[in-house]
Design a protein around this ligand. Structure first.
Ligand SMILES: [Zn+2]
Length: 305
């Protein structure tokens, strides 16, 4: 079975302005990095539907965001999170793309998937869009999967350099979802300390500024990967941020392309043991265009191997 790459040009319509790091070129860079890789099938991301969104976000939150989308120009909804004309469709394609990818995998039409979409999602809390994120795609995807017969537990692996506070907020009282995150601390948004454990289903692996491959692999080898193994998930989702890369301008973790290949390979191996290899990944952060291309390629290469 092939690995599917999900994208839609609507994701380029979310305009954050000329100096914002979460720029349209990010997705172009990631897709460019995949050129020449074999056994990939490109599929368009559908729009998410209202029912999917409301599994995580309240009706009022979603209605408020739709009402705020400008017909022209850009408005800010927090100091670094913006809405332009086209933002709603962009975020709907990202959420819809992940839900579609999960269906393709659970219907055995694909084994793995990567959604090259934007804006990212893991900072978005049920009632608060923040940190460049509007809808929390991976949280919606996990709850979408849990609606399917036979899917009892989902593990979310988040290796973005920022803590996925939104994903943690959604699941901290839901034992059907394991959330494991490695991230830099101190760093935005400030959450993700190791004593934040939810109902025993949250595992935070904070890294210090300056940490690199050795500390990252040690944290996942000793704690993160065993937790995913022990939870025996029926599906693994990845919040794939590439901003822990040594080239990234927003953080001080020193990962290299090979680390992204390594962690992805480890996750796929665990998936072979517990859930027939089923892994769906979605782009979160990553703000150096060259690193997005090379680390994204390493990630997808490992997904597809
Ligand atoms: Zn990030």
């Amino acid at each position: 079975m092939s690995t599917i790459i999900i994208h839609h040009d609507d994701c380029l319509r979310h305009n954050t302005g000329p100096k914002h790091p979460e720029a349209t070129q990010r997705v172009t860079a990631v897709l460019g990095g995949l050129e020449g890789l074999k056994d990939l099938q490109m599929l368009p991301a559908p729009l998410a539907n209202r029912e999917q969104i409301l599994r995580v976000h309240p009706t009022e939150f979603w209605a408020d965001m739709i009402s705020k989308e400008p017909s022209d120009g850009i408005i800010s909804i927090d100091p670094d999170t913006y809405l332009s004309s086209g933002s709603i469709d962009a975020t709907l394609r990202a959420t819809g793309g992940l839900c579609f990818a999960i269906d393709q995998i659970l219907d055995a039409k694909a084994l793995r998937a990567f959604c090259a979409t934007r804006p990212p999602g893991h900072h978005s809390e049920p009632e608060t869009a923040m940190g460049f994120c509007l809808l929390n795609h991976v949280a919606i995807g996990a709850l979408h999967a849990l609606e399917r017969p036979g899917i009892r537990r989902v593990a979310i692996v988040d290796f973005d350099v920022h803590h996925g506070n939104g994903t943690q907020a959604v699941f901290e009282n839901n034992p059907d979802v394991l959330f494991v995150s490695s991230h830099q601390l101190p760093l935005y948004p400030g959450t993700g300390k190791s004593d934040e454990t939810g109902c025993g289903n949250i595992l935070n692996l904070p890294l210090a500024p300056g940490d690199g491959s050795r500390q990252f692999r040690k944290a996942w080898n000793q704690l993160g990967l065993p937790a995913v193994h022990n939870c025996e998930p029926d599906l693994i989702l990845i919040s794939a941020g590439f901003d822990a890369h040594q080239r990234d301008p927003l953080a001080q973790i020193e990962l290299q392309d090979a680390d992204y290949h390594w962690i992805t390979r480890q996750i796929c191996d665990l998936a072979m043991d517990s859930c027939k290899g089923r892994v769906a990944s979605i782009l979160e952060g990553g703000y150096d265009l060259r690193a997005l291309a090379t680390a994204g390629r390493a990630h997808v290469k490992a997904l597809a191997s």
